[in-house]
Structure formats: structure tokens, C-alpha cells
Design a protein around this ligand. Structure first.
Ligand SMILES: Nc1ncnc2c1ncn2[C@@H]1O[C@H](COP(=O)(O)OP(=O)(O)O)[C@@H](O)[C@H]1O
Ligand SMILES: [Mg+2]
Length: 281
């Protein structure tokens, strides 16, 4: 720097962080359980205001990737950046104000009511011990209404049906009032109508509130319909990433899922629609 004065060395991580755009970015990300690598060398960039679906076979690392992006796993290699700053250098509460994560299997403590569950979403804004203020209570009620569970506010979470429970958890994530929503299989175990209902809520949040959404979906046709971008994982690596039209092709489906499929058009939205005709082994 200057005439023999102390030089401030920036670490590689700091240098990389200074180049990161807004959004969630992973750079050379490796995640492992113990010494078992699960995610390897993943680079991705999720821009604000986008909806991304993560797809891939069982065990391909989708949940692990989301946990890494949500800072629940410490990278074995590389780093994750949230709005330009290394996520593991940001205080938990700071991260929780910007990013809500709904895990694949979420269990509520026994006896907790839906309203109490949703109120937990307010903790990054007020701390565990402080009482809810009027503003917090408004946010909770609004979140209950957004996913149509206001009438279930006093019901214990464990008594809800699968679809209602999933909506209650999404309401909790909404009460967190974050810019980013990471949802791991928000539609699994739901019947078709409830799947569409959940995805319509996600679409509305994106359109009306500008939320940035990353969700793991199993149904490729729903992924193509609701996400602007699809990321396909195979054995812990990204093997395809792009618009639904770029990713939902017979060749990609063979590579990612080892299936033979025809690709048609969704009659309503024009998005690709795949019909599986067999396995590709
Ligand atoms: N907590 C864990 N400890 C050890 N291995 C795990 C753990 N969670 C997942 N795995 C392994 O990591 C791999 C990827 O799992 P996961 O990310 O859950 O895949 P997906 O969500 O795509 O089905 C699997 O082989 C799984 O067995
Ligand atoms: Mg999973």
C-alpha cells in the first residue's frame, strides 16, 4: 500500500466476497457429513427476485445444498455469500432476518398451536425472551391469512392434516419477513390440489412481494411451471442449470434422472411438460 506502512492483506475469502453480487452465491462449494463428500464444487448464483427449483434424484444432495445455502452446514470447501458477504461471517440473527429455511421434515414441539408456531418466525426481529409487540402480532396474523390457515390459529400443529401443516410452516417462514425463502420439498405428501395451492402462494409472494425463492421440487412439470430457473443435481454436482426449456429436454432427463421422456407443452402456460415413457439404463 503506502511507503513501507503496514500492508493489510485481504484473505482470499474477503477478496472473493468483494466481487459477489446481491443474492445468494455459492463458489466452489463443497459440503460433507464427516469425511463423506455430498456436494462437490458447486458454483451458483441466485439473483434477487427469482424463483429457482432444485431437482434431482433421491440422494443427489438437494437437501444438503439447501442446508449449506442456509448456513446450517459449514462448507468443507468454498463459500456461500448472502448479499455479498460470506454467510458464515454474519451473525445468526442477521442471516435469519434475510433468509428463511423450511427443512424437508420439520417437527413442531408437541402442543404448540399454529399461531405459536408462526410467532416463532418473529424471533430474529425481537429475541427469544421479548414479548411480541403489536407489529409482530399483525405480521403473524397476516402470515396466517396469506396461506389460508387463520381459522386454524388455535389448533395444535400435530392435529393438522399434511397440507394444513405444510401451510403453517410456510406461514412461520413468512412471519420471518425475509427477502429469501428456501423451501425443501414444500409440496411433498400433498395431494394435487394442495400442491398447486402452495405453489400459487409462492408465485404470489414472488410476484407481489418480490420474494426470492429457492425450492426443492420432485415434480418436474410443476418445477417448469413455477420456476424461472431449474438447477438439476446429480451425485452432488450441478449437471444442468437454466430455464425450464433448457433443462427439461430428453437428453437432460436421461442424464439427470436416467429416464426416457417425451417433452410436450403445458397447454395453459406453454412451459415444457415431460411424459416419462421408460427408464434409460
Ligand atoms: N445427516 C447426514 N449424515 C450423513 N449423511 C447424510 C446426512 N444427510 C444426508 N446424508 C447423505 O447425503 C446424501 C445426499 O442427501 P440429501 O442431501 O438428503 O439428498 P436429497 O435431498 O437430494 O434426497 C445421501 O447419500 C444421504 O444419505
Ligand atoms: Mg431431500
Amino acid at each position: 500500500m503506502t511507503n513501507g506502512g503496514p500492508t493489510i492483506e485481504r484473505t482470499a475469502t474477503e477478496r472473493a466476497a468483494s466481487l459477489q453480487p446481491e443474492g445468494i452465491t455459492a463458489s466452489g462449494l463443497g459440503l460433507r457429513y464427516g469425511d463423506r463428500p455430498v456436494i462437490e464444487d458447486v458454483d451458483l448464483s441466485l439473483l434477487p427476485g427469482t424463483v429457482t427449483a432444485v431437482v434431482g434424484a433421491n440422494g443427489s444432495g438437494k437437501s444438503t445444498l439447501l442446508k449449506g445455502l442456509a448456513r446450517l452446514l459449514v462448507p468443507a470447501r468454498g463459500a456461500v455469500y448472502l448479499d455479498g458477504k460470506a454467510i458464515d461471517r454474519q451473525p445468526t440473527r442477521e442471516v435469519a432476518r434475510r433468509l428463511a429455511f423450511l427443512p424437508q421434515r420439520a417437527d413442531a414441539p408437541e402442543g404448540l398451536t399454529v399461531r405459536e408456531l408462526v410467532a416463532l418466525g418473529r424471533f430474529p426481529h425481537r429475541g427469544w425472551t421479548e414479548r411480541l409487540g403489536a407489529g409482530d402480532r399483525d405480521v403473524v396474523e397476516q402470515a396466517l391469512r396469506t396461506v389460508s390457515v387463520a381459522h386454524l390459529g388455535d389448533a395444535p400443529v400435530e392435529q393438522l392434516s399434511g397440507g394444513e401443516r405444510q401451510r403453517a410452516w410456510i406461514a412461520m417462514a413468512l412471519a420471518q419477513e425475509t427477502r429469501y425463502l428456501l423451501l425443501d420439498e414444500p409440496t411433498t405428501f400433498l395431494d394435487l390440489r394442495h400442491q398447486i395451492e402452495i405453489l400459487d402462494v409462492v408465485e404470489r409472494l414472488h410476484r407481489d412481494e418480490g420474494k426470492t425463492v429457492v425450492m426443492v421440487l420432485h415434480d418436474l412439470n410443476l418445477a417448469a411451471r413455477y420456476a424461472g430457473r431449474i438447477i438439476a443435481l446429480r451425485e452432488g454436482r450441478i449437471v444442468a442449470s437454466g430455464t425450464p426449456d433448457e433443462v427439461i429436454t430428453p437428453a437432460r432427463l436421461r442424464e439427470v434422472f436416467r429416464i426416457e421422456a417425451r417433452v410436450l407443452r403445458d397447454p395453459k402456460r406453454g412451459t415444457p411438460l415431460c411424459v416419462v415413457v421408460g427408464t434409460a439404463d
